[in-house]
Design a protein around this ligand. Structure first.
Ligand code: PEP
Ligand code: MG
Length: 570
């Protein structure tokens, strides 16, 4: 009998096919006493070497098929497993207790993962899952379990799993993955991000009874609505087929026109630009029709290392992007760490509430030098570019003024040193904290532009931790409170003659386009893969009509009412 479960949409598209349930191979570890600890230590060395080799291959594979950012996950895993302290602990345990290699690896990895969990810090919690992932890999190597056998779908299937690690996901042959549904995980989980990069429809937080689901169960997975239907009726299959055809046709049409500008039906040009993290993304952005970059996240230069990157290293990384972007607008965000991304060498301590803690521009008090260094590198890397620099997590006018002062200091110093630097430079702030949105009129007086970060603005306005799966469904930017803050930000900026972009995930949601267009947003910035679809959505709309839509939704009482209204007017 047809049976539907409702999860959270994580990657768009509709697929129909047989299910295949993924379960990691069992690696039940038995502890026993060994006569010769030296042999066990050698086995650990060999297994770690094998794990590193597998991870290097996965890194290569991810780099070739998905992108640099995803490949970095596996580079980080290699670093974790080769950690000297961790290996020393394992060897010591074998030496002192004469236990077998599997038991020693299991015990040390579990203890390390547990202590990371106890830190009550999202960054370390995520690391704890990584730790278990690599522990499993080493134990498989010790037991001679081949990670791949029996773990890969034999034919194109909808993969259902309790949860998937990045290494699980990358090992699947994309040709055999019609779609993905996981019981756990939120829309910002690694699986969701990978699925979007690969263009595979996905649903997360789907309450599927894995125990009673046989392989080859006929199913429909709808990554647009978040629904997964098992044993669909003929009518349901026919309807899904029609929806799938429409979706694919529209996608092909959007792709064909991706390089054309986004002009509304009444002739208003809206800038559609990309969120990127490195040069590879920049290339993909231009291929997908980006008219520039609206958010270059620079954290990657600072993460997974022990010391600050030097000026020359930074210049090289920024220049690689600036050269690809050429004359197009290039909005770079300065270092946004804290929250779920900690950098130990900058003196981060565990915090009870890292998202309310020492994050983003708040580093300026103790690390003005880091910001100055970044400004210097950006200015030197962007000679001839249309450079726009913005700072994250601003909550007050003082922070904006202070940051702008440091930018000015960098410009004056470079001039005095006779070094070439960008001639065209705008300075902006991200609007991510409700206080900043409420103070938009005053902030607009001290900056050249705003970029609204709806991922954080939603989290802070609605008091929902963006990394907490249990409240993931509450974190919607369609909530009228978030929309009112966006409206107010744009209105105040325009009154002061300043432009406004939006670089949170909201900009990539076609359902949000009429509202944002109606609120007169100047620039939409999103993952490169979303650009063709959003450009096409803009072309179908009339801005005058969207103004009326925007005013209507601002007066609705709930996020659900807003979504319903927008669905009825699409
Ligand atoms: C945002 O908060 O919307 C944003 C774009 O920044 P990040 O997701 O990097 O915090
Ligand atoms: Mg943010």
């Amino acid at each position: 009998m047809s049976h539907t479960v409702n999860g959270i949409p994580a990657s768009p598209g509709i697929v129909i096919g047989p299910t295949w349930t993924f379960s990691p191979p069992r690696a039940d570890v038995e502890a026993y006493t060994v006569a010769n600890p030296g042999v066990e230590q050698l086995r650990v060395r060999a297994a770690v070497a094998a794990a590193v080799e597998q991870l290097a291959a996965l890194e290569e594979r991810a780099r070739a098929t998905i992108g640099d950012e995803e490949a970095e996950i596996f580079a980080a895993h290699q670093m974790l497993i080769e950690d000297d302290d961790l290996l020393a602990d394992i060897h010591n345990l074998i030496e002192t207790r004469h236990v077998n290699a599997e038991a020693a690896v299991h015990e040390i990895i579990e203890a390390t993962a547990e202590s990371m969990l106890e830190l009550d810090d999202d960054y370390f919690r995520a690391r704890s899952a990584d730790m278990r992932d690599i522990g499993r890999r080493v134990i498989y190597a010790l037991m001679g379990v081949t990670a791949d056998v029996g773990r890969l779908p034999p034919e194109p299937s909808i993969i259902i799993a309790d949860d998937l690690t990045p290494s699980d996901t990358v090992q699947f042959d994309p040709a055999n993955v019609l779609g993905l549904a996981t019981v756990r995980g939120g829309p910002t989980s690694h699986t969701a991000i990978l699925a979007r990069s690969l263009g595979i429809p996905a649903v997360v937080s789907a309450p599927v009874e894995l125990g009673s689901l046989a392989n080859d169960t006929p199913a429909i997975l709808d990554g647009l609505s978040g629904r997964v239907t098992f044993f669909p009726t003929t009518d349901e299959v026919e309807e899904a087929q029609a929806q799938r055809r429409d979706f694919l046709e529209r996608l092909a049409g959007d792709h064909a026109t991706r390089l054309e500008p986004a002009l509304t039906r009444d002739g208003v040009h809206v800038e559609v630009v990309a969120n990127i993290g490195n040069a590879e993304d920049a290339r993909r952005a231009i291929d997908n029709g980006a008219e520039g970059v609206g958010l270059f996240r620079t954290e990657f230069l600072y993460l997974d290392r022990d010391t600050l990157p030097g000026e020359n290293e930074q210049i090289a990384a920024y220049r690689a992007v600036a050269e690809i972007i050429g004359d197009r607008p290039l909005v770079v965000r300065t270092l946004d760490i804290g929250g779920d991304k900690a950098v130990p060498y900058l003196g981060f301590a565990a915090e009870a509430n890292p998202f309310l803690g020492w994050r983003g521009i708040r580093l300026i008090d103790h690390h003005a030098d880091v910001l100055l260094g970044q400004f210097r590198a950006l200015l030197q890397a962007s000679v001839g570019a249309d450079l726009r620099i913005m700072v994250p997590m601003v909550a007050s006018v003082e922070e904006a003024v202070q940051a702008r002062g440091i930018l000015n200091e960098a410009q004056v110093a470079l001039h005095a040193e006779g070094r070439p630097q960008a001639e065209r430079v705008q300075f902006g702030v991200m609007i991510e904290v409700p206080a900043a949105a409420l103070m938009a009129d005053k902030l607009a007086e001290v900056v050249d532009f705003f970029s609204i970060g709806t991922n954080d603005l939603t989290q802070y306005t609605l008091a929902v931790d963006r990394t907490n799966e249990r409240v993931a469904a509450l974190a919607t930017p369609f909530h009228p409170a978030v929309l009112r803050l966006i409206a107010q930000t744009i209105e105040k900026a325009h009154a002061a003659g300043k432009w406004v972009g939006l670089c949170g995930e909201f900009a990539a949601d076609p359902a949000a386009v009429p509202v944002l267009l109606g609120l007169e947003l100047d620039e939409f910035s999103m993952a490169p893969s979303a650009i063709p679809t959003v450009k096409a959505a803009i072309r179908r709309l009339d801005r005058a009509e969207c103004r009326a839509i925007a005013q209507d939704v601002l007066n609705l009482p709930t996020a659900a009412a807003v979504r319903e209204y927008l669905a009825a007017h699409s």
